[in-house]
Write a protein of this length. Structure first.
Length: 318
């Protein structure tokens, strides 16, 4: 974090003027995604996103950037890892259409674009270059100092994708993670399933630290809120998610159970309602009929029907 050392005298906390942008977070409109950053991204903040290859760093970043673009924010995605045609090809299956992309790696050129951006994704930190004649260590320090400082000056949030070595070490050392405001790490969770991801916010200067659960599919991420290991869940009270699920399962028909109805009756977003219905379907508690906005959901009685069929067969054999 770039610190302003102009204030060298002690000041009473109550007299400190807090900038307006501290209270105006950049939000995607998806509650489960915004909560990862502490109810939205603080303008001018800097973030690292760390993960092993193939875990979903770029997918996460593209989805985040596209959702913010859809909310009217000016967002850019610059890559030194792929050509824009490759990015566009991969973005197509994620339904990412509106995001501005480029392949700028020169730090001095990147800074010129930051003045007109709300958020800029840099993929990746290890691909950055400079016109200055510096050794490797000096370059890293130059990249960090320049970009973190300009992020604060222009109120342009930065998301750095950071690569890891095969041994699990950060490429380029720890200078960047120490300097930024937020550190995220995405890991696969084999216990939950091959598509599950745990997003670990282990440093956040402007919000809480916690772990969040998500599912990564070919079409992108489904964000599922805070993750708690099983032993913690057993000791804790019933989660808000479970209360909502129980409410859905107890809904009286008619009217039909739809995403819109769940959203209205539970006073939650369409995305959250859809997530809850999908989870109930994956638990074989609900069955989905139809597609898109016309979909309806019914309590799953398939298991009971199979049980009765098998029981009748057994009785006939006797």
């Amino acid at each position: 974090m770039f610190l302003n050392h102009e204030h060298v005298e002690f000041t009473r906390i109550g007299d400190v003027q807090i900038p307006d942008h501290y209270f105006n977070r950049i939000k995607t409109g998806i509650e489960e995604l915004d909560s990862i950053f502490g109810n939205g991204i603080l303008p001018g903040s800097t973030i690292t996103l760390i993960a092993n290859p193939g875990t979903g760093k770029s997918v996460f970043s593209l989805i985040l950037a596209e959702k913010l673009t859809q909310q009217g924010y000016k967002v850019g995605y610059t890559s030194g890892e792929e050509d824009i045609r490759q990015i566009a090809y991969n973005a197509k299956r994620l339904n990412v259409k509106n995001l501005q992309i480029a392949t700028i790696t020169n730090v001095e050129d990147i800074v010129k674009h930051m003045e007109n951006m709300d958020l800029l994704v840099i993929d990746s930190f290890q691909c950055l270059t400079t016109d200055n004649d510096l050794n490797s260590r000096q370059k890293i320090q130059h990249f960090v100092n320049t970009l973190v400082k300009k992020a604060k000056v222009y109120n342009c949030a930065l998301l750095f994708i950071v690569q890891m070595t095969t041994s699990g070490e950060l490429k380029g050392g720890t200078t960047l993670p120490y300097a930024v405001d937020v550190n995220l790490r995405i890991d696969k969770d084999k216990d939950l399933g091959k598509d599950y991801r745990i997003i670990d916010v282990y440093k956040n200067r402007f919000g809480p630290t916690a772990q969040y659960k998500a599912i990564m599919e070919s079409t992108g991420y489904t964000f599922l809120g805070i993750y708690e290991p099983e032993e913690k869940v057993k000791e804790s009270k019933v989660s808000k998610s479970q209360v909502r699920k129980d409410t859905i399962m107890n809904m009286v028909e008619p009217p039909l159970i739809t995403v819109s109805r769940v959203s209205q009756e539970l006073d939650i977003s369409i995305q959250t309602a859809n997530n809850l219905l999908r989870e109930l379907a994956s638990e074989n508690k609900l069955c989905k009929y139809g597609r898109g906005s016309d979909s309806v959901w019914k309590v799953n009685t398939v298991k009971e029907d199979i049980f009765l069929t098998e029981l009748v067969k057994e009785l006939e054999l006797k």
